[in-house]
Design a protein around this ligand. Structure first.
Ligand SMILES: CC(C)(COP(=O)(O)OP(=O)(O)OC[C@H]1O[C@@H](n2cnc3c(N)ncnc32)[C@H](O)[C@@H]1OP(=O)(O)O)[C@@H](O)C(=O)NCCC(=O)NCCS
Length: 148
């Protein structure tokens, strides 16, 4: 990360980290679906620790779950201090990406085969986040409908 990535406090700007998370999540979703994808939502983005200018930042993405046309991609961000060799886990993000066909309509994606224990845990947790997101939307819609 260089000076152009800095915020006024001298750390890496949160928006820079979010943009790179979005890019890496998009690439993971394209690899899984072999389609063009769009970001439908960011379900969560945490900032555990600031990233410093001069640190080497690595973004690791995995498709955690695949539904009909959407996928949840998890991104883990790690910052390495190259002179010391220390690595810190700085951010985690979960994004929902939707595959599109050539006409720009949502396209079906291949199912995910979660094999290892870690993959199965990630899929389980992605299902929880989707359930919570849909339940929240339903509750808000219900309460708005009651207001009118
Ligand atoms: C995402 C988008 C394609 C969904 O279109 P839509 O007409 O709502 O399509 P559908 O209702 O068929 O939903 C398609 C999928 O998107 C998911 N989806 C739609 N809105 C969502 C949201 N806000 N968050 C998470 N998932 C969402 C649906 O759950 C569905 O998934 P499923 O098929 O796996 O069940 C559309 O809203 C869009 O193009 N948004 C703009 C995307 C964009 O510009 N992103 C930034 C640049 S990449």
């Amino acid at each position: 990360m260089g000076l152009v990535d800095a915020n006024s406090a001298g750390f890496v700007h949160g928006g820079t980290v979010m943009k790179l998370c979005d890019e890496v999540a998009g690439l993971a979703a394209v690899r899984h679906s072999r389609c063009r994808v769009v970001t439908a939502g960011v379900d969560r983005m945490t900032f555990q620790e600031p990233i410093h200018i001069g640190e080497l930042v690595t973004f690791t993405a995995s498709v955690n779950a695949a539904w009909r046309t959407s996928m949840e991609v998890g991104v883990r961000v790690e910052a390495e201090q190259p002179r010391e060799g220390t690595v810190r886990h700085t951010n985690t993000a979960y994004l929902t990406m939707v595959a599109l066909d050539d006409d720009g309509r949502p396209a079906e994606v291949p199912p995910l085969e979660a094999e290892s224990a870690d993959e199965q845990r990630r899929e389980r947790e992605a299902q929880t986040r989707r359930r919570n997101r849909l339940a929240e939307r339903e509750e808000i819609q219900r309460s708005r409908a009651e207001e009118v």
